[in-house]
Design a binder for this molecule. Structure first.
Ligand code: MG
Length: 376
């Protein structure tokens, strides 16, 4: 049985053993004791169907497979999800194998030593950041459910500080683009993918439908620094707030040249995967786009955000196309950041959960323990 230390108030009156066991573990002055029952890990590859086929400079498709992880112990189940990123040669099978490779470690370890446990997972598993993210999220969901607090409270954040999220408009024909802009009526800021030959047409068809502020993502699409500057400064005249990843990640020297001539803030995405990538971006970018699937979970994303802030950079939380599990996990850190692009769950037709919601564009964090997910 778990060792339960009565709180000071509880010690005043004589207690039966049964009374003592009713005291929540979280109320213990000595902190929660390790629970005795073994943990169970369940994994599942979930095929998420897209509302619209999704086109970027990298790919086009009408579904995404993400890895879901469930961590169960003491009657509580924590949910995690990782969306493998093709750019980094990840897929759902690889993420699944990564989780299986540390299954024994996860079931045998004390989840309250979360930070140490995740460090060991990172040491044992090479790459496979989506698989690591799924583990990290499931463990933190379990811990915060057990403590009876939302994840944002575990990190000491105020949900009122959560920013608005952009809503992404994929590249498409002019008519479909107009339809997508109409569907995004509730969102005050839109995100647009550029970086193809049709950039002028894309922006023109969006501007024909709305004058809302735009945030633009080039996804490494411009490989010539002069073209990049010309495109960025043209976008500056079109009501664009910033440009994400104008040039390929490895072209940092060219980006410094572009940065000196840019009329808009520049945000790194593909150029920043992990906290250690941030210092070399100074002078090339103004901010970083942090994603749980790139860095390996909530804890690593928190570190990345804090390092960027300490270096005076803007911070943004982004996501891949994924269900409410991963998007809600990221949203719990969103009170920390300047910008949010957390719409991955809004682009799918078969979300298995509800969690974070959006009101007038602003992220509303669930005020329930853990991630605060509810099955749909
Ligand atoms: Mg991006």
């Amino acid at each position: 049985m778990p060792k339960v230390i009565p709180s000071p108030a509880a010690r005043i009156a004589p207690m039966t053993r049964r009374d003592a066991l009713k005291i929540p573990l979280a109320a213990s002055a000595a902190g929660p004791a390790p629970a005795a029952s073994p943990a169970r890990i369940a994994t599942e590859i979930v095929r998420l169907k897209l509302l619209h086929p999704w086109t970027t400079v990298m790919s086009s498709s009408d579904f995404r497979d993400t890895l879901h992880v469930r961590y169960s112990k003491d009657g509580i189940t924590g949910h995690g999800e990782g969306a493998p990123i093709v750019r980094y040669k990840e897929d759902a099978q690889g993420a699944l194998q990564a989780v299986n490779s540390v299954r024994d470690l996860l079931t045998a370890s004390d989840p309250w030593k979360f930070s140490k446990l995740m460090a060991e997972v990172f040491r044992r598993v090479e790459g496979q950041w989506a698989g690591k993210a799924a583990i990290d999220i499931a463990l933190l969901d379990w811990i915060c459910q057990k403590l009876g607090v939302p994840v944002y409270r575990y990190f000491g954040l105020d949900p009122k500080d959560a920013p608005v999220t952009t809503f992404s408009i994929g590249i498409d024909t002019a008519d479909v683009t107009k339809q997508k802009v109409r569907e995004a009526a509730a969102y005050p800021v839109l995100k647009v993918k550029v970086g193809l030959d049709v950039d002028e047409t894309t922006i023109a068809s969006i501007r024909a439908a709305t004058d809302k502020p735009l945030r633009v993502d080039a996804n490494e699409g411009w490989t010539d620094k002069e073209v990049a500057v010309r495109k960025i400064n043209w976008l500056a005249t079109k009501g664009v707030e910033f440009v994400e990843q104008p040039m390929p990640a490895h072209m940092l020297e060219e980006m410094r040249w572009v940065h000196q001539r840019s009329h808009l803030p520049l945000i790194a995405d593909e150029a920043v995967l992990h906290p250690g990538d941030i210092p070399k971006l100074i002078g090339a970018f103004d901010g970083v786009n942090v994603k749980l699937d790139k860095c390996g979970g909530i804890l690593e994303a928190y570190r990345e955000i804090q390092i960027a802030k300490s270096l005076g950079m803007k911070t943004m939380l982004g996501c891949m196309i994924s269900s409410s599990v991963s998007v809600t996990a990221a949203a719990h850190l969103s009170p920390l950041v300047d910008y949010a692009d957390l719409d991955g769950n809004l682009l799918i037709a078969n979300d298995p959960f509800s969690g974070v919601t959006v009101k007038d564009g602003k992220l509303i964090l669930p005020d329930r323990p853990g991630l605060g997910l509810k099955p749909v």
